[in-house]
Design a protein around this ligand. Sequence first.
Ligand code: 5RP
Length: 249
Amino acid sequence: SLDLKHTRLFRSPSNTDDMAEEAKKLAGYAAVDNHVQNNQVVGVGSGSTIVYAVDRLAERVRQEKLNIVCVPTSFQVSVRMCLLSAVLCSSSLTPYQLDVAIDGADEVDAALTLIKGGGGCLTQEKIVASCAKHFIVIADFRKDSSALGQQWKKGVPIEVIPMAYVPVSRTIAKRFGGEAVLRMAVSKAGPVVTDNSNFILDWKFEHIHNWKEVNIAIKMIPGVVETGLFVGMAERVYFGMEDGNVGVR
Ligand code: 5RP
């Protein structure tokens, strides 16, 4: 059952960005409180929403003296997790199956299909999620969608081996339509390089697809490492809502 202890905040946020920030916190706290227990191995996703889950984990580890091992999905979250007095371990080193993985998402549809990878960590995120008994997603109300593409306008992130980005981009456009664009660094000085030293293509698709089939087909293109389509993986999603409540799907 949902522990409502942290699901209402008493500050009245003044604008959508503030509300979204509060919503991220609500979702992160709800997921940690409902799915993390002592003696677990916990996968920790990446992005801005997961920061609140990490903060709550750190608080619980300190207060309840939890004995947990955490498996981070990016350099970004590893740095944040230095807050935690918990053991950090990579997925290649942990001898245990992960009990639970918690992560954010860029968009979540009605069937719990996700677009992930806005922060470029999709490959490690998918590996960690696939190793967990339970994969729990946390998101603010802006990520909730009836069909992928309605909320997240930047397309499906696809991690590619650098030498293959042009042929992969052409193949995707030819076979599935739309445009797969190389993600550039904010400075525009060059492409974004992932933690795995690869590039990211953002596939701006034109219409709704059968995501399970498209995901498999894109993965078969030589040079593709992973896609940001998470199909049939999420077990539960906590949405922080504008009204201070938490929606569960
Ligand atoms: C990073 C991700 C993130 O989980 C996703 O982009 C959501 O990020 P945020 O919580 O900042 O909205 O997939 O690769």
